[in-house]
Every structure is written in structure tokens, then in C-alpha cells.
Design a protein around this ligand. Structure first.
Ligand SMILES: O=S(=O)(O)c1ccc(O)c(O)c1
Ligand SMILES: [Fe+2]
Length: 337
């Protein structure tokens, strides 16, 4: 069910881009552009701005060269320029650090924006202005690798899932699916503003850390071909989990790790959530189809490893351990005791 945002909250349209720190921009270019098929919209010797082939704005992923792998920030697009002001005053009223970024002073292609450290400890940007880009949707001659179409979602590791749920509910996000214990304790949740399963999801664990970015491709055969290409090139160590069918979201997926360990999910075929009375679908943590509908075990690294995040001054944020640990719930297929 989509709850109305609190009155002074910004009107978020969608998850729009992630900015990651990578330690070798050429190596990252191979993984994200050559292998995954992102289009290079802008590049210099320390920066890559990338977009999926369906995307009509400047980028949905920014990679910048740095000393250690990290999340620089997540970014949500808001509906109007006034919503950037609303975001600044909303997070200021929560007592959170904010920093206004003037057009030209921040990420290439992005106009006036505000960056905050949200209540969960994540660096998040809210913007309206972004450069438009040429239409590549039917440039089949350029589609290659995983044929990434667009950014779909962020998945974040956070120790307190109910707190994450409340924060995003206050921003007007609906909840499509959850994983809950027998007493309805919340292990994970998928929340949305665009009319699909999620713009953001929460994985219980030490945080704030970035668990993964989810990028959409059109067909399950693109997911399978991605795994085949990495195998063919003897780069199979980049494949972490899957291919498989999710229980939650019903999407077909494979998870990869980039050369710096950043996790990316190649994701296709979830479902519509746009009706105002859309009902949340609740999975029990003991149902071993929840994370892989065929009951395949979830590799431990998927629960335990994630990307550190930076504060507004590029310093790594300290992490807090989780309240609940799903991987410790002895469930059939996972087998993780
Ligand atoms: O593994 S889950 O089925 O819980 C799942 C569902 C959707 C996702 O995007 C994801 O990363 C993980
Ligand atoms: Fe995902």
C-alpha cells in the first residue's frame, strides 16, 4: 500500500543513479561498459557516466577513480525543482547533515541538487535537473553484453529494518513485499515510488553499506547469456549468485561482483505495483523459496559482504551490527546455521 508522504517530504519519482568509487577506472570500464553493455555518456581519465540503453537521461551509474571501493552516494530524482528545496529542509528538520550542490559543481549532467546523510547513515542526493540524452532504445547495433536497459533499484544493508521501513514510508514509498519471522519481525522489505517492485530494498546486516544495485535487462535470456559470457572468458569468479528465479519480486536474476567487489544484480521480469491500494505480499523467513523460488541456497558472501559508504566529506561511515541476522535462521535450502 502506498502511504502518502509526510507533508514536507520531497516528491521522489524514482531511484535514479548510484555513484561508486572504483580503484581502476579502465578495469571498471571493461566490466560495466564492455561486459554489461552500459553506454558511455561521458568519460574523462577519472570518471565514467553510464546509462542503460533504454535510458533517456545523462546517466544511471557514475564511476569515479579513488583509493578504496565505496559508495559515494545514491541519488533519487524528484518531481519538481521545488522538491530539491523541500528535500533540503526536510532532512534539515530531521537534524541530518545536508549540502547544496550547485549545477556544475557536482556530478556531470546533474543540475542543482542537495546531498544529505539520511537517518540510516546513507549519502543520498535529491535532484530534478539532469541532461537529456539521445534515444538508444532501438539502436540494436549498439546493444551488447548483458544488454542493460536501465537502473532498477538500490539494495542497502542496514542493521534496523523497521527504522529503514519507517524512513522510506515517510518519504511516501509503498511496500511491495517483505520477509517476516513467525512473530512478524521484519527481516527485509522492498519499497517503491515507480510502479514496479522496488526502488530500494533493505537487507539486514551491518550498515550503512551498499548491498547492490539492480539493473534491468529485457529478457531472461539476457541474464543467462551474461553468465555464459563471463564463463566463456574464464571470468566466472565475477559470478556470485544465480542465475535463478527470485521468490520475492518473481524476477529472474544473476548477481555479479565487479573488479572492486561492488555487487550488481542483472534483473528482469518483475511486476506492476501502481494501484493506490496495492497490497504487500509477505514471505515467511522459513519459506526457502523466498530468495530463490527453486530453493537454491543463498551463498554466505551474499548475506555478509557489502560496499562501505562515504560521508559528505568522502570519509568512510562507521557501521553498526545488525539487530536480526537472516543467514542465522536455519532454513532448508540456505542451510546456514
Ligand atoms: O533474494 S530475494 O528474492 O529476496 C530478492 C528479490 C529481489 C531483488 O532485487 C533482490 O536483490 C533479492
Ligand atoms: Fe536486487
Amino acid at each position: 500500500m502506498t502511504k502518502a508522504a509526510t507533508p514536507n517530504a520531497p516528491d521522489v519519482v524514482r531511484s535514479a543513479y548510484a555513484q561508486l568509487v572504483v580503484t581502476d577506472i579502465a578495469r571498471a570500464r571493461w566490466f560495466w561498459a564492455d561486459m554489461l553493455g552500459f553506454h558511455i555518456q561521458y568519460e574523462d581519465d577519472a570518471t565514467l557516466c553510464l546509462r542503460g540503453m533504454d535510458e533517456l537521461t545523462h546517466h544511471s551509474l557514475v564511476l569515479r577513480q579513488g583509493d578504496t571501493p565505496a559508495l559515494d552516494h545514491l541519488a533519487y530524482r524528484v518531481r519538481t525543482p521545488d522538491d530539491v528545496d523541500k528535500a533540503e529542509s526536510y532532512f534539515h528538520s530531521l537534524g541530518r547533515p545536508t549540502r547544496r550542490i550547485k549545477a556544475g559543481d557536482g556530478t556531470p549532467g546533474i543540475g542543482d541538487a542537495v546531498r544529505v546523510i539520511d537517518p540510516l547513515g546513507f549519502p543520498v542526493e535529491f535532484f530534478y535537473e539532469i541532461d537529456h540524452a539521445e534515444r538508444l532504445i532501438q539502436r540494436y547495433d549498439l546493444h551488447h553484453g548483458a544488454e542493460i536497459a536501465r537502473l532498477d533499484h538500490f539494495n542497502i544493508c542496514t542493521p534496523d529494518i523497521p527504522a529503514a521501513y519507517a524512513h522510506y514510508e515517510n518519504l511516501g514509498f509503498g511496500c511491495s513485499e517483505t520477509i517476516e519471522g513467525d512473530e512478524h519481525e521484519l527481516y527485509a522489505a522492498w519499497m517503491y515510488r515507480k510502479q514496479t517492485v522496488h526502488d530500494v530494498a533493505f537487507t539486514g546486516g551491518a550498515g550503512p553499506r551498499l548491498h547492490h544495485i539492480g539493473v534491468a535487462t529485457h529478457e531472461s535470456h539476457n541474464v543467462l547469456r551474461t553468465a555464459d559470457i563471463f564463463g566463456a572468458l574464464h571470468k566466472e569468479r565475477h559470478i556470485e549468485r544465480g542465475p535463478g528465479r527470485h521468490g520475492v519480486s518473481n524476477a529472474f536474476y544473476v548477481y555479479l561482483r565487479d573488479p572492486d567487489g561492488h555487487r550488481v544484480e542483472i534483473y528482469t521480469s518483475d511486476y506492476y505495483t501502481g494501484d493506490p491500494d496495492h497490497q504487500t505480499y509477505r514471505w515467511n523467513v522459513h519459506d526457502d523459496r523466498r530468495r530463490d523460488f527453486w530453493g537454491n541456497a543463498v551463498i554466505e558472501s551474499w548475506y555478509k559482504e557489502a560496499t562501505p559508504v562515504l560521508d559528505l566529506d568522502d570519509k568512510p561511515q562507521p557501521v553498526t551490527d545488525a539487530v536480526l541476522d537472516e543467514s542465522a535462521v536455519a532454513v532448508g535450502a540456505d542451510g546456514l546455521g
